[in-house]
Design a protein around this ligand. Structure first.
Ligand code: C5P
Length: 222
């Protein structure tokens, strides 16, 4: 049977990666967190003291940086070469700078190619901003996951506290809204719902409820 591609897109902190990871595990599919890849390039650029608006330098970096994933609980581990960057890419300085890197067209070309190669291996769940519109436009399942900005800020706040990051709730909400604005208004592959994607509002749903809804949709397609 043909491989099934599951594309999960949506704004920041809508629960995409949590849900995508659980769905992938449930069906035995590969999981690809594309946001982690943009974050990895942002981290590498900051470590190399490259100016993030220097498109040429950041693109060269994206082309030579070897990003890899290793399945793990509760989070998938992310590496650059042998350096484990799982925690480093979730720090606020990366979160607040990643949209600048993600707006560079030639960085996107490179990472989209890598993402398609990962998807070529078989059944896949991929989450991001442009999966249903650009990376996997023929995906058999497309979900656009949303939640209110307040609910997303509360979720991120709780996650942060568990990690020892103490950003105030209203600051988090403002940062989330600013990142969504940047991601939605950039020229190349902006965050937008694909015409054939199903909208899923998770504001008042638990993680399990979201996983179950997506699982039903996948089961019908298999
Ligand atoms: O999903 P996550 O919040 O980790 O994504 C971090 C950032 O990476 C997004 O805010 C966006 O700027 C960028 N991104 C993107 N396209 C994707 C995935 C993420 O532009 N497919």
């Amino acid at each position: 049977t043909k491989a099934l591609q599951v594309a999960i897109d949506g704004p920041a902190s809508a629960g995409k990666s949590t849900v995508a990871k659980l769905v992938a595990k449930k069906f035995g599919y590969v999981y690809c967190d594309t946001g982690a890849m943009y974050r990895a390039i942002t981290l590498a650029a900051l470590q190399d003291k490259i100016i993030l608006t220097d498109s040429e330098a950041v693109t060269k970096l994206a082309q030579k940086t070897k990003i890899s994933f290793k399945p793990g609980d509760p989070v998938q581990q992310v590496f650059i070469g042998t350096q484990n960057i799982t925690d480093a890419i979730r720090q606020p300085d990366i979160t607040n700078n990643v949209s600048t890197v993600a707006a560079i067209a030639s960085v996107r070309t490179e990472l989209v190619n890598q993402q398609r190669q990962i998807a070529d291996k078989g059944n896949i769940v991929m989450d991001g901003r442009d999966i249903g519109t650009t990376v996997l436009p023929h995906a058999g399942v497309k979900i656009f996951l949303v939640a209110s900005a307040h609910e997303r800020a509360v979720r991120r706040y709780k996650e942060n506290i568990a990690k020892g990051i103490n950003t105030p709730l209203d600051q988090l909400q403002a940062e989330i809204e600013l990142r969504d604005k940047k991601d939605s208004t950039r020229a190349v592959s902006p965050l937008t719902q694909a015409a054939d994607a199903q909208l899923l509002d998770t504001t008042s749903l638990s993680i399990d409820e979201v996983v179950n809804k997506i699982s039903e949709i996948i089961t019908k397609k298999q």
